[in-house]
Every structure is written in C-alpha cells, then in structure tokens.
Design a protein around this ligand. Structure first.
Ligand code: PLP
Length: 431
C-alpha cells in the first residue's frame, strides 16, 4: 500500500478520535517511533510533544520495555483473571500500593482509563449501598473536569465543554460546582471552597463521592490549581462523609512534578484511578485502587463481591510492560527530568507571552500550555506544526505539550520553537 492509498482507505473506513467521517481530514501515516521522534511514512521525522496523550513517558520503542514484553509473550500473552492469578499482576499490584498515597491497598485492573473511572464510581456506589445508605448514589465534581468517554465517566465531565452535552438527557445527573481557581501557587482565599461546601452541606445525603483530577485538570481545560485547595477539599469530604476519588490517569507517574499530584497536598484519596502512563505508553491498561475499609465494606454488602470483571482484566502482557515501565521510572531520575522540562518550557514558552494572540502561558512539571484567544482550526494549524517538524495537537484554544521525560534540552527547544513559529504563522495569516 503506498502512502496515498493508505490515507485514502483510512479516510474511507477508519474512524479517528473525535473525528468526522464526512470528508475527514487526512491523518499522517506513521511507520515508526523511536525515543522522542515519530517517523512519518514520507520520510520526515517529528519531535513529539504529546507523548501520545501523556503516555510515552520514557519515549518510544524503549529496548527495556520491548524486552519485557517479548519475555512475557514467551510465557503467555493473556489468560483469564477469574480464578487464575500470575506474578506480573501480583507484583504490579504490590508496587502500585507501595508507591501511591498511604491507605490504598486493593487494586482493580482494567483496560482503559474510562473503565478505571467507571470502576471507581461503581465502587463508591456499592460502598454506600453496603453501608445501608443507598441514597448516597450521586457524584459531586468540579467544572472543567475530564474523566473519559464512557457513559458513567461522561456524566462527571464538564457539562458544557466536556464534549458530551449532546448526551445530557440520558446521563445520570450529578452535582457540579465551579472549578478550583486557576494557579498552582495561588494562595487560598476564604471563599474559594464555599460553593463546594454548600453543595456538600445541602446534598451529602445523596453524594457518594467527590471525583476530581488533583492539581491538573487535563482535557477539560489544561488548568492547574493549588495544593491548598485540594487539601481543603479533602478535609470537607471527611467532614461530610463523602469518598474522595482522585483521577490521576493523566497526572500519575510524575507528570506534574510529583509522583502523584495528590502528593503535593499530602492527600490520601479513598479511591485512585491510574492509566495512561502506567505502561509507559506501550499498551492500554489501567487500575483503580482503594482502601481496605472501602473494599471490605463492599465485600460484606448484599452482593458479597465487587460487581465488575473485564474480559482482559489483569492482562499479563500489560502487567509485565507496566512493571518494566515502573523499573525505568525507579531507575531514572524522573524528578530531575521533569524539573528540567519545566524550566525549559517556562523559558521557551515565555517568549510567546506578549504575542497579541496569546491569552495565557502556564507550565507545571512536564506540562506546557499556551492558551490562545481564538480557537484554532485544527486542520490548518496541524499542517503548519508538522511542517515545522513537531507533533503537537491543539484543542480549541489550548496549544499544549507534555513531552516524554527523556527529551533533551535541544529537542525541547526545537519543539517549543516549532510550536511558536507555527502559531505566529497561523495568526498572521488569519483574516
Ligand atoms: C484520558 C483520561 C481519562 C480516560 O482514559 P482513556 O484511557 O482515554 O479511557 C480519564 N481521566 C483522565 C483525567 C484522563 O486524562
């Protein structure tokens, strides 16, 4: 198949994320990915600023991860998890328990982030049901959140910009309050949690859990907020007898500069969702962790068990790869890598701060965000970015990068410059 045929057949048959099938824009055929570079079929190489949506923290095609995958394939790629166990899963669970905030002891494996969120919500509902408080069956969440695309997860995404308003009439209705005020270092004001507390005061009899993305709101706005706010929210959850569910699918494993974003506030959630970087970007995999108390309560409830069991639960290949990714993370100085990226991003992106089309520049850990004043036309800017030799995929007004941790200062500079050049060209050409 030559490149043109591939693109044409792709447009004819293959649906892409949030894509139209009516005259879809051409996708870029990729034939390989090594380190921080994507190799296009037409011979060009792009510096990758997306890490395939937060995932490829060690870069692509890592020989250590590949070796672990091959070794596991020689034993077994998959085996059902009902009534069967294996060392890759047990080791991974043990390590996740050890590295995540205190109190999380029980691990439920699943195949994607959205499912990990569904599992978390179901755990919270089953917990209160088992305690004889079945009325506590709604979630409380903050606006600008993003928790996935399945129905349960959609229902706790931002109701307006969460890409799901179309489905509002069929989604379960939850409680929302305003997003935490912007700014990682913003001092907490007296009134910052008033709305949250009012919701809890009024509705805690119906609220099973507060679900949120700690410190970094990702796909719902790329917003950073303060550890002080998170800490105060966690205290309110205890006060009003509501579970705290931390969705660290995007932030987990160092991305925000802390191993888990909850660590910034020294918060111990009752339920924690992990995904994305858990396998270093190699396979689809996720986990939901909870405390002994929640797990035991669920298990002593009417059902005597947790009512969930995906077919590919605990997939050995994914567990082996996740263990290899954790080995790399532990052996690396990820904290220094992320700090280095943070400093580089601050320096390079600051150059755009004064541009007429830029509304805000913000950086936390290995996450750099340029918020522009007008939503960008993706098809047009994507080509300009690729022509600059970088892979960045803007979303609305957000032009952002979250590079692999291993990116060199030179490649980071090239990435940021390419992004700024493409943006400058894009806005100068705008009518
Ligand atoms: C990506 C994401 C999800 C959904 O994960 P999928 O693997 O795409 O289903 C959920 N929550 C957060 C915070 C995410 O960033």
């Amino acid at each position: 198949m030559n490149n043109e045929q591939l693109i044409a057949l792709d447009q004819q048959h293959v649906w892409h994320p949030y894509a139209s099938m009516d005259n879809p824009p051409p996708a870029y055929p990729v034939v390989g990915a090594h380190g921080v570079r994507l190799h296009l079929a037409d011979g060009r190489q792009l510096i990758d600023g997306m890490a395939s949506w937060w995932c490829a923290i060690h870069g692509y095609n890592h020989p250590y991860i590949n070796a672990a995958m091959q070794a596991q394939m020689n034993d077994m790629s998959h085996v059902m998890f009902g009534g069967i166990t294996h060392e890759p899963a047990v080791r991974l669970a043990q390590r996740l328990v050890a590295m995540t905030p205190d109190g999380l002891e029980k691990v439920f494996f699943s195949d994607s982030g959205s499912v990990a969120v569904e599992v978390a919500i179901k755990m919270a509902l089953q917990y209160w049901h088992a305690k004889g408080q079945a009325n506590k069956n709604r979630m409380l969440t903050v606006r600008n959140g993003y928790h996935g695309d399945t129905f349960g997860a959609m229902a706790v995404c931002d109701p307006v910009n969460g890409m799901h308003s179309l489905f509002a009439s069929v989604l379960p209705q939850h409680y929302f309050c305003d997003a935490p005020p912007l700014g990682f270092e913003r001092p907490l004001a007296d009134t910052d949690l008033d709305e949250l507390e009012q919701q809890l005061k009024d509705n805690h009899g119906n609220i099973a859990g507060l679900i949120l993305e700690p410190i970094v709101q990702g796909a719902g706005g790329m917003r950073f907020y303060s550890p002080a706010w998170l800490k105060a929210a966690a205290i309110l959850c205890k006060k009003y007898d509501v579970l705290l569910i931390a969705d660290e699918i995007a932030t987990g494993f160092g991305r925000s500069g802390a191993l888990f974003a909850c660590n910034y506030a020294d918060v111990q959630p009752d339920i924690l969702c992990l995904g994305k970087a858990i396998t270093g970007g190699t396979m689809s995999f996720a986990a939901t962790l909870t405390s002994r108390q929640v797990a035991t309560t669920i298990s002593r409830g009417e059902a005597s068990c947790f009512m969930h069991g995906p077919t590919f639960m605990g997939n050995p290949l994914a567990c082996a790869v996740a263990n290899a990714s954790l080995d790399l993370l532990e052996k690396s100085d990820w904290k220094a890598q992320v700090k280095g990226l943070e400093q580089g991003l601050k320096v390079h992106l600051a150059k755009a701060a004064q541009a007429s089309y830029v509304e805000d520049v913000r950086v936390l850990g290995a996450i750099g965000v340029l918020q522009v004043k007008e939503p960008v036309d993706l098809g047009r800017i994507q080509k300009m970015l690729v022509d600059e030799g970088v892979w960045v995929r803007p979303f609305g007004k957000l032009v952002y990068v979250m590079p692999p941790y291993i990116m060199s200062p030179q490649d980071l500079e090239f990435l940021c410059q390419g992004m700024l050049k493409a943006l400058a060209a894009y806005f100068e050409e705008s009518p």
